[in-house]
Design a protein around this ligand. Structure first.
Ligand SMILES: [Zn+2]
Length: 181
């Protein structure tokens, strides 16, 4: 549910049976997010919001509504670019080096560039479209190597090194970028 608020813009209301009280957090887009118990009505949610206005203003790093929408737009563009590029790049390297994966998923997590799950799904962050190609390729090769080694063992790194000789340098350089959009 979304509450349109004059001061905070679109406020995301998440209802959860696990919520005991009301909790305020900030979404990745900089929007105010309220977690409330399932039975909470819109009326009640608005009342909680009003009575906590001051604390929210002081404590939470919200973006103003204009910035929230600008970020939505940026994410949409990045997602479009990623969709037209990352699955094909992944497929290209998989074929080149003889890997087989089940599925490619695009994510926009804030903390990781990619992941590989035990059901052979490779997830790639759309934020990769903002980093130099050589680092993007490194992440892809890193996740592909996880298909054979689900850890960061010596054997895993040896396999990454087969396909990317400069992987140590690339791993380091990647830390200068932020996966969040
Ligand atoms: Zn890894």
């Amino acid at each position: 549910m979304i509450i349109e608020d004059k001061e905070f813009g679109e406020v995301i209301v998440r209802k959860s049976p696990l919520s005991r009280g009301v909790r305020f957090t900030v979404s990745t887009s900089g929007r105010l997010t309220m977690s409330v118990p399932t039975y909470t009505s819109t009326f009640l949610a608005k009342r909680f919001l009003n009575s906590n206005r001051e604390i929210i203003r002081e404590k939470l790093p919200l973006k103003d509504p204009k910035e929230q929408r600008a970020r939505d737009y940026q994410k949409k563009i990045l997602m479009k670019k990623a969709r037209e590029y990352l699955p094909y790049r992944l497929e290209y390297y998989a074929k080149l080096y003889g890997y087989s994966y089940e599925k490619c998923r695009l994510t926009h997590a804030n903390t990781r560039w990619g992941s590989c799950s035990s059901n052979r799904t490779i997830s790639l962050n759309i934020g990769l479209m903002k980093v130099p190609e050589v680092l993007r390729d490194y992440v892809i090769l890193h996740e592909l190597a996880h298909l054979n080694h689900m850890d960061h063992s010596k054997d895993f790194w040896a396999e990454v090194g087969l396909h990317d000789k400069n992987y140590k340098n690339h791993e380091k350089k990647l830390k200068m970028f932020n996966p969040g959009v």
